[in-house]
Design a protein around this ligand. Structure first.
Ligand SMILES: Cc1cc2nc3c(=O)[nH]c(=O)nc-3n(C[C@H](O)[C@H](O)[C@H](O)COP(=O)(O)OP(=O)(O)OC[C@H]3O[C@@H](n4cnc5c(N)ncnc54)[C@H](O)[C@@H]3O)c2cc1C
Length: 563
């Protein structure tokens, strides 16, 4: 595939990190020999395009001699991202995730390269610890560079104050996909861009995907389709293990399952990370004494699952479990039925929504269910309200107090003692910007277009106060995501999945339990179907227990699969 050099001048692309040698490492001759053992060596000619933007099959190249340019392409303009000389390797995070290429690779000087398919690269990083560290780190840092420079061919046009815009930005951010955001309220060029693509203000948020495709207020599934997030996954293959849900529990199951040789498919209705991904700082997870953001922790787990060869589909939720045929199948949004030898249910829980009549009008436009740096940016310097007395509310209050003027914490009980960890209560007591309102609940939300005022009531006196506050964080607990299991799996009276010793003789009889053995710990009343994490009855609702259960369940999956 030869194309002439472009007429455009190549301009250099600045690197933002302090240690560029980690982003673009040079492999030694001994390391090159180990790479070559997994692939093939071939010659290259100046002008040859090794890979183009949008290519679905993305090989991995290491330059042995000569030079290869990595180019950002926009219409007929090419911008040089980096030049790879001898010892330098191509690729970034999409090589591990199996997503399409975001850059063009063109040979700028004749020479030779080592070429590996994605599967050969995965085999290399799974077996060679030294190269795994060098390459995985480089791929992740390169992705961060692309995000820092908005390289990814995606433009989002919308308003900071619109729920749809926030959803799209969160979906792309939590998927680690770079995008350029144009704010209709602040950017003077926004109208010109809308005109160029023949879209009106009524169509926003708009996502421009690649050169041509314009999506008007797209669903997450449409975005995933346009960016080819799920393209390289064979949904009809019978996998050893299908994990439903990619929060900490599902990701742990995927990492342990795939690293122990099982074929694993993960189905996630939104983005990997689950509730933990919306946590600003997790401080009680073993091994992180200074805490870690939920996005970082789950982002690493996601990369780890992919590295070991698990397939992960995003924006593909399970809608029904079929358990009466010869083989279990999971029905998914707009896709074929996914067959499975064993299943781990890890669908967690979702935020409970207070019964406020116009709540949905303000979701993303003043009402939020997570407190990450993205929401914190939206309310910098303002007064905010956090509703709830659990650990997630405490964390949100402490985090938001760093950047906002005042944080009002509203709880229905007399205080936090019964519902929040001691360390968070102490932080709240020591933070003057946080004001605790016991016996208090939200009774009204007001505003046009976005939240402008909130009314709350003191249940002791019945007094209602109105405050000009435009940001409310609802951290009021969660309900299990188990509706898709109904009719198939035994649930308790609150909808949590029953497992192991919690199952009654009636539960087993209802599912015609076929074995003389009792269900294993974490096994449901269907043999080979397990439940882990927040969706499971009796789980303690912590990241560590979700991760622990996800990994234990894999050991039990092996027992079921053993002939
Ligand atoms: C803001 C916040 C802060 C928190 N902070 C802490 C903390 O500091 N320390 C701590 O230990 N715990 C914390 N927690 C609790 C912790 O995050 C949860 O216990 C943990 O995430 C549970 O993991 P999980 O994998 O079981 O479920 P979840 O995290 O809920 O993940 C479930 C996943 O399944 C997906 N899903 C749902 N339905 C379907 C379907 N039908 N098909 C496919 N996918 C589906 C969801 O989109 C989600 O990604 C916090 C929770 C919140 C909300």
């Amino acid at each position: 595939m030869d194309t002439p050099d472009p007429a455009t001048t190549l301009t250099p692309f600045p690197i933002t990190v302090s240690r560029p040698e980690r982003v673009f490492p040079k492999l030694t001759p001994a390391q090159l020999a180990r790479v070559e053992a997994h692939g093939r060596r071939r010659s290259t000619t100046r002008g040859e395009v090794l890979l183009d933007v949008g290519d679905r099959i993305v090989p991995f190249f290491v330059v042995v001699s000569g030079e290869v340019h990595v180019l950002q392409v926009s219409g007929s303009t090419e911008t040089l991202i980096v030049s790879h000389g001898p010892g330098s390797a191509s690729g970034e995070a999409n090589l591990i995730s199996g997503r399409p290429s975001m850059a063009r690779l063109r040979v700028s000087e004749d020479g030779e390269v080592l070429e590996l398919t994605r599967d050969q690269l995965l085999a290399l990083v799974q077996t060679d610890a030294e190269l795994s560290e060098i390459l995985m780190r480089a791929f992740i840092l390169r992705r961060l560079e692309l995000i820092a420079h908005d390289v990814g061919g995606v433009v989002v046009i919308g308003s900071t104050y619109s729920a749809g815009t926030l959803r799209i930005r969160e979906f792309l951010t939590r998927n680690g996909h770079p995008f350029h955001f144009i704010d209709l309220d602040r950017d003077a060029d926004a109208q010109e861009l809308l005109d160029r693509f023949h879209v009106s203000v009524a169509d926003v948020p708009v996502l421009i995907c690649g050169v041509e495709t314009v999506l008007r207020n797209p669903t997450n599934a449409q975005i995933a389709d346009c960016l080819g997030f799920n393209e390289n996954v064979d949904q009809t293959r019978v996998n050893d293990l299908v994990v439903v849900g990619a929060g900490p529990a599902g990701l742990a199951a995927a990492v342990y399952g795939a690293s122990e040789g099982l074929s694993v498919l993960v189905l996630e209705s939104n983005v990997p990370g689950g509730q933990a991904g919306s946590s600003s700082r997790i401080e009680n997870y073993l091994g992180f004494p200074t805490g870690i953001s939920g996005l970082d922790l789950t982002g690493r787990a996601y990369a780890q699952a992919l590295k070991f060869g698990a397939h992960v589909m995003v924006a593909k939720g399970a809608t029904r479990l079929a358990c009466d045929g010869q083989r279990y199948t999971v029905e998914i949004d707009g896709g074929p039925k996914v067959p499975a030898r064993t299943i781990i249910i890890a669908t967690g829980a979702e935020y409970r929504k207070p019964a406020l009549e116009n709540l949905s009008m303000f979701e993303g436009a003043g009402v939020y269910y997570g407190a990450t740096s993205m929401e914190a940016q939206l309310c910098r310097g303002d007064e905010v309200v956090v509703v709830g007395g659990g650990n997630s509310a405490g964390q949100a209050a402490v985090f938001l107090a760093q950047t906002t003027r005042r944080v009002h914490v509203l709880v229905r009980r007399d205080g936090l003692g019964a519902t929040m960890s001691r360390y968070l209560i102490r932080r709240i007591e020591e933070t003057p910007a946080i004001v605790l309102h016991p016996y208090t609940q939200v009774v009204g939300l007001e505003g046009s277009g976005r939240l402008e005022r909130i009314r709350w009531r003191d249940d002791r006196t019945g007094d209602v106060e109105t405050h000009d506050i435009g940001h409310v964080f609802m951290m009021t607990g969660a309900v299990p995501n188990s509706r898709w299991l109904s009719g198939c799996i035994a649930l308790d009276d609150k909808g949590f999945v029953k497992t192991g010793p919690d199952l009654s003789a009636d539960d087993l009889a209802a599912a015609k339990w076929p074995h003389t053995r009792s269900p294993y710990l974490l096994e449901t009343n269907r043999p080979g179907i397990f439940a882990v994490g927040d969706v499971r009855g009796g789980n303690v609702k912590r990241v560590a227990s979700a991760v622990g259960e996800g990994s234990i369940a894999v050991a039990l999956v092996h027992q079921v699969l053993r002939p």
